[in-house]
Design a protein around this ligand. Structure first.
Ligand code: DX5
Ligand code: ZN
Length: 220
């Protein structure tokens, strides 16, 4: 069976010892670094910006999966790419000309993703589905780590997987927010490919073992 990807969210790292936490992810069985960029406008919080991402990129040995929680992301696609992004995900709710934004991301040579807030139906992606490398389904309201998982996400994963069948069979479905071992297996069964985990990994007594536990989930 197809194996899934794990993307620890650096938002939950200890920023005063960020280097150590990057090395931990490098050594772990994680597949990607998930990088949460917030502007205090699209979401009610500010995380960190591109200078910090550049510092992460210098030491990370795995792809950077960048989640832009910002308004009008077109302004920052070039700097995002130049700061080390491999995958750039923008929010559906923040893009007036989503098709153009996705084309611009691909033009830069990055993989293109769209994130949906919990209230945004997956059906709205129908006309861009073939153009997407990844869809990030938010399973919390974006802005903060450590929130409670919203169970409606399971149905959204199933619906999106069915929509993608025959249209974009390589589409990666990513789940972001409140992911733990309490919901990971059910998300994978529903059709998810990438699990983002912030606090569950970085607040664990043994982060390496926690990543391994998520990676080893076998739904076969
Ligand atoms: C939320 C961010 C998430 C967050 C996940 O706005 O997009 O990536 O870091 O953190 P946890 O896993 O703690 O919910
Ligand atoms: Zn995120």
């Amino acid at each position: 069976t197809k194996s899934h990807l794990i993307a620890p969210s650096v938002l939950a790292a200890d920023f005063a010892k960020l280097y150590d936490d990057i090395i931990m992810v490098n050594k772990s069985e994680a597949d990607w670094f998930h990088i949460d960029i917030m502007d205090g406008v699209f979401v009610p919080n500010i995380s960190f910006g591109f200078p910090v991402m550049q510092a992460i990129a210098k030491h990370a040995t795995k792809p950077l999966d960048v989640h832009l929680m910002i308004v009008d992301p077109d302004r920052y696609l070039q700097v995002c790419k130049d700061s080390g992004a491999d995958i750039i995900t923008v929010h559906y709710e923040a893009c007036t000309h989503l098709h153009r934004t996705l084309a611009a991301i691909k033009e830069l040579g990055c993989k293109a993703g769209v994130a949906l807030n919990p209230h945004t139906p997956v059906a709205l992606l129908k006309d861009v589905l073939a153009d997407l490398d990844l869809v990030c389904l938010m399973s919390v309201n974006p802005g903060f780590g450590g929130q409670k998982f919203i169970p409606n996400t399971y149905a959204k994963v199933q619906e999106l997987r069915a929509m993608a069948q025959g249209v974009n069979d390589g589409l990666l479905i990513e789940i972001d927010g409140g992911v733990t071992t309490a919901n990971a297996a059910q998300l994978l069964k529903a059709g998810a490919d990438v699990l983002v985990a912030g606090s569950f990994v970085f607040n664990a007594a043994d982060p390496l073992e926690t990543v391994k536990t998520l990676k080893d989930i076998d739904i076969a």
